[in-house]
Design a protein around this ligand. Structure first.
Ligand SMILES: [Zn+2]
Length: 342
């Protein structure tokens, strides 16, 4: 009887939400020691070294604005982690380890094949959809495709492969991402060796803040972590069946999805992380901006060029519309089988 009870409980246990249990990917622990200047790899700004540009977020391409002073307009999707070990020729020796248990879903062993150089993507599932950690600019890849890895398991060696790097600035570029669409090639309009594991399709989360928050709260989940993020813009799109993104991440659904509605309104952060999908009665025939945060400089600067305008006025740019198409069913719906010609 006891055994039967246990058996009945099993499916529930298997679907349970698991703790994040994140571990840093190298021996560099300065993030936890409150020494960001030792954790992040700098970029040169003139003669000075700016470690802040190694952080996640809008940290690069500084411009002077009339109303808000100097702001950074280029978004950095991950963290650039400094090496802590080098050989006598100054090559980095740091072992790179998986930040959590998962499965290797993509490897680029060809240094010239991408801006990321040699890189690895590991898929994780803590019980609320897939997330992807990405380890770039490696010197060496030590895992095979589809290999299962435990958190802390060595997967490669730090290097400086990829675009715009040299030995001095060798680092690990680390991301933790959501996936926009499995049908990325349809969106791109061309086949790609990377499949969906392309920077344009991976949405990087604020992984340094997540490391710190998960360390402080062992029960933290990513949906709970994202609740503290605020939307920068919202876009209404015609409702045409369930969206792929809410099938993958059902916790994005807010409001009552059981009743019919004309549209969905999707809320995004400034960098493009989807925060919620809410049914809406708006009449729209194409993606339409319904909300924007009011800022004093142009929206291009804060949204990676996806919005244009200033203050309360904003519209989607061409690249903004292309970005929104990653989430609509226009490209992401599985194609109906083609009828054979009679
Ligand atoms: Zn980077």
């Amino acid at each position: 009887m006891k055994f039967l009870k246990l058996l009945l409980c099993l499916p529930l246990v298997l679907q349970a939400v698991e703790p994040l249990k994140l571990s840093l990917p190298t021996d560099n622990r300065a993030l936890f020691d409150g020494k960001p200047e030792d954790f992040y790899m700098f970029v040169f700004r003139g003669n000075s070294k700016a470690w802040t540009a190694g952080q996640y977020g809008f940290v690069r391409n500084l411009i002077k604005t009339e109303k808000e002073g100097v702001i950074a307009t280029k978004f950095h999707e991950g963290l650039d982690i400094k090496p802590v070990k080098r050989d006598r020729n100054q090559n980095p020796l740091d072992e790179i380890r998986a930040i959590a248990s998962g499965q290797v879903v993509y490897l680029n062993k060809n240094a010239g094949g991408s801006d990321y150089g040699k890189y690895i993507v590991v898929k994780h599932d803590w019980g609320y959809g897939p997330f992807y950690s990405l380890y770039a600019h490696l010197a060496r890849v030590d895992v095979e495709l589809e290999q299962r890895v435990l958190g802390g398991f060595p997967i490669g060696t730090m290097g400086y492969t990829g675009v715009g790097l040299n030995r001095t600035r060798a680092h690990l570029h680390l991301e933790l991402c959501m996936l926009s669409t499995e049908n990325f090639e349809d969106w791109l309009g061309a086949p790609t060796q990377r499949g969906p594991y392309d920077g344009r399709n991976l949405i990087g989360l604020d992984i340094a803040s997540l490391f710190l928050a998960a360390r402080a709260n062992g029960d933290l989940t990513i949906p709970a972590f994202l609740e503290s993020a605020s939307p920068y813009f919202k876009v209404a799109i015609p409702r045409d069946g369930e969206l792929e993104i809410t099938k993958r991440y059902p916790w994005l659904k807010k409001g009552d999805h059981s009743k019919p509605s004309n549209a969905y309104e999707i809320a995004f952060t400034d960098s493009g992380i989807p925060l919620s999908v809410v049914p809406s009665h708006r009449q729209v025939t194409e993606p339409h901006l319904t909300f924007v945060r009011t800022t004093r400089s142009r929206h291009e600067h804060y949204t990676r060029g996806r919005l244009t305008g200033s203050g309360r006025r904003a519209t989607l740019t061409k690249s903004g519309r292309k970005f929104i198409a990653l989430f609509t069913n226009e490209y992401t719906k599985p194609k109906a089988p083609v009828e054979p010609a009679q």
